[in-house]
Design a protein around this ligand. Structure first.
Ligand code: ADP
Length: 570
């Protein structure tokens, strides 16, 4: 059987990204691949675990066209390393940090080995004894979790991941750890912990204390003794204050995550990967991949049949990645093989909405996205159940505890940032709305280039309201809203991350989480510069109440050297 491949054309930006970081290079540093060769390399490597199966060649060709057509892209380490000597294909790892010198420095070492191959690591510092607790072997006092977190930070800084990716870490501390106030304030000084995202693991008990306006207990994680208490409102206000100030710390709702833990028999979730979309047990890893929803609208409708075929193939692809992966340390291999988690996500969700003529901030828009995510989750689970019949369920599956049908993978879906792969696919990242519709790119000799969103340009030209002058004004104001020449309908549909309200952002995250996401969602709740601390407080409460498993807010302009800017990009 011949497998049909959709035609593809890569943008200039995609080619540049691929040449710099993804195509294999010769000794002189010149790329020796193109997009087709890269896709063949990845498809061949990932199909290999199926070489004994009857449909091996067909599956290999399907994997090729899946990626080549930009309908689905696996996470960066898979695109970079599959079929090469490195062979480490996962983006996410969580490593335990035990309360001992040996334990802490083992984690530093293991983290370094993960970063070397392009993976990101999450650590919980909650098990470490608090600052000034006694150290029995030396009769001294402990320097505390934050002083050790600094060691992880420096180690990350030193390993630049083969020049392809700067290392990335998530640092988590439970809200009932005695050092929590130090942790919350740790990134107030923006020169510190730059290789970390910090998130506070918020418990239901804390939230109850907050609603009841009372104190809650701080517990020494080693002795399990209550050492003191804090007013929940004081702590919450501090988190809100600093998140308002520069976007950190984020919050993770750890009890919500653990309620959805598919293998509680193996342990509890303590931390996520760096961008927060994947909860993992200590030593678990997970490989990710995203379906490009922008490619699934035909004649104003979502092509569900093709989406189903893509979801089945993508699920099988990600499951195969586990078997051809080269794991950095034996503990990670053992744990990952027990649960076989995958993270199937989406990108180009906003492109889908735009093509359907729906606003990101509308009820209809949210309903469609929830329906699509639920559909992907259902088909992916069906596929995982089918795979279990052929290849066996994930080994830790225990019918006495796990009430779901035996399947090949303990977790199936999560929504990733797709920071780089969405640039390759030329679509909006993950489940985010576009950040801007027209940008000014500064090129050589001080020249400026207008970068117009592809959908907007097409519509503006078709409807006759395109002009360079208008595009320049849109770039200058940072929004399509309020320009007379642009029909109101398009002003609504082309609303960006900055035009919609924080509540619109959270409602989308909440509905996606509830409808079809096993793990979690990486999403930024964008706020205007004028947003108040009360806005941030209400956002966190709303996220918790909607069942989100974590939340990151960002107030425009609040961080030094802000990367994304509505008005210019270089
Ligand atoms: P990509 O688009 O490059 O595949 P994403 O932006 O979707 O990656 O990020 C997915 C996950 O990959 C993150 O949550 C994190 O675990 C990991 N990751 C992202 N960037 C880095 C990095 N620079 N170093 C290490 N891991 C990273």
């Amino acid at each position: 059987m011949t497998v049909e491949t959709r035609k593809v054309s890569l943008t200039e930006t995609a080619e540049t990204v691929l040449q710099r970081r993804y195509y294999l290079k010769d000794a002189q540093g010149h790329p020796v691949e193109n997009w087709e060769k890269l896709c063949r390399r990845v498809a061949n490597a990932v199909a290999l675990p199926d070489r004994e199966l009857d449909d091996y060649e067909e599956v290999r060709d399907h994997f090729f066209s899946l990626i080549y057509s930009l309908d689905f892209l696996p996470n960066s380490p898979c695109l970079m390393n599959a079929g090469t000597g490195i062979g480490q294909l996962s983006a996410c790892f969580v490593l335990p940090v035990e309360d001992s010198m040996e334990g802490i420095f083992t984690a530093v070492k293991n983290g370094a080995l993960v970063h070397k191959t392009g993976g990101g690591t999450g650590y919980s510092f909650s098990r470490l004894r608090p600052r000034n607790a006694t150290v029995s072997s030396t009769q001294g006092v402990a320097s505390g979790p934050l002083s050790f977190a600094a060691v992880f930070d420096v180690a990350t800084e030193t390993i630049k991941q083969g020049g392809k990716r700067r290392g990335a870490n998530m640092g988590v501390m439970r809200v009932d750890h005695p050092d929590i106030m130090d942790f919350i304030c740790a990134k107030e000084d923006q020169t510190r912990f730059n290789n970390f995202n910090f998130s506070v693991a918020i418990t239901d008990e804390f939230m109850q204390a907050l609603y009841d306006e009372r104190e809650y207990a701080l517990v020494d994680p080693v002795t399990k003794e209550i050492v003191s208490s804090l007013n929940a409102r004081t702590v919450f206000d501090k988190i809100v204050d600093l998140a308002w100030h520069n976007g950190e710390p984020g919050v993770l709702f750890i009890d919500a995550a653990n309620r959805a833990n598919p293998t509680p028999q193996l342990g509890e979730f303590e931390a996520t990967n760096p961008c927060g979309e994947q909860w993992l047990l200590p030593y678990e890893s997970c490989n990710l991949g995203s379906i490009n929803l922008g490619n699934f609208v035909e004649g104003g409708r979502v092509d569900y049949d093709r989406l189903a075929r893509t979801t089945r193939l993508a699920t099988r692809f990600l499951d195969n990645v586990i078997d051809c992966n080269v794991f950095p340390i034996p503990e990670i291999k053992e744990m990952t093989m027990k649960t076989r988690k995958i993270g199937l996500g989406i990108m180009g969700m906003h492109d889908m909405l735009i093509q359907m003529g729906l606003s990101y901030a509308s009820n209809e828009g949210r309903k469609l996205c929830a329906e699509v995510m639920k559909y992907i989750r259902t088909i992916s689970e069906e596929t995982s159940i089918e795979l279990a019949k052929v290849k066996g369920p994930f080994p830790a599956f225990d019918p006495a505890i796990n009430t779901y049908t035996p399947r090949r993978n303990a977790a199936l879906t999560s929504i990733q940032p797709t920071g780089t792969v969405s640039m390759i696919a030329d679509c909006a990242s993950g489940c985010e709305p576009y950040f801007s519709i027209v940008m000014v790119k500064h090129v050589m000799d001080g020249d400026k280039l207008l970068m117009v969103n592809k959908h907007f340009e097409e519509i503006a030209r078709a409807e006759g309201f395109y002009s360079t002058e208008l595009m320049a004004r849109v770039a200058d104001s940072g929004t399509v809203v309020g320009h007379e020449e642009i029909p109101v309908k398009w002003q609504e549909i082309f609303c960006t991350a900055q035009d919609i309200t924080p509540s619109d952002h959270i409602q989308m995250q909440g509905i996606l989480q509830q409808s079809g996401v096993d793990s979690s969602i990486s999403k930024t709740i964008n706020m205007p510069n004028t947003a108040t601390k009360e806005d941030v407080r209400l956002a966190y409460l709303m996220g918790y109440e909607m069942g989100c498993k974590g939340l990151t807010v960002y107030r425009d302009g609040s961080r030094d050297g802000q990367v994304l800017n509505t008005k210019s990009a270089s």
